[in-house]
Design a protein. Structure first.
Length: 114
């Protein structure tokens, strides 16, 4: 089973969902902007991604990122807390399958979970 953190307003997120469905996979869709993950859930996904720099799972170009005074040099705890408080900062889409996860950028990265 794949859980898919989705923002329907994002073309990459829509493309990733379509790609899964093209492969006959109907994921559990989490509209993460409405059903925001907490810090523990974000940490679990970060680990499933293979513990990349936390900044890699953030939308650092968002105005809010700058308004909050965040940077790639901030601690993992600070960045994860920011994503939990402001889910718009989470890079999208994220597909999670068991202990593995991928960020769907490029969209084809999602195929790594199949």
């Amino acid at each position: 089973m794949i859980e898919y953190w989705h923002n329907p307003r994002c073309s990459k997120s829509r493309a990733g969902l379509a790609l899964l469905r093209e492969h006959s996979i109907e994921p559990t869709v989490r509209l993460y902007l409405k059903d925001a993950p907490n810090a523990a859930q974000i940490t679990a996904v970060w680990r499933a991604l293979g513990n990349p720099p936390v900044i890699d799972m953030m939308r650092a170009g968002e105005t809010l990122f700058k308004e909050l005074g965040l940077s790639g040099g901030d601690s993992e705890t600070t960045l994860i807390a920011a994503m939990a408080a402001h889910p718009v900062l989470i890079e999208r889409p994220i597909a999670i399958s068991g202990a593995r996860a991928v960020i769907g950028r490029p969209t084809e990265a999602i195929l790594g979970l199949l």
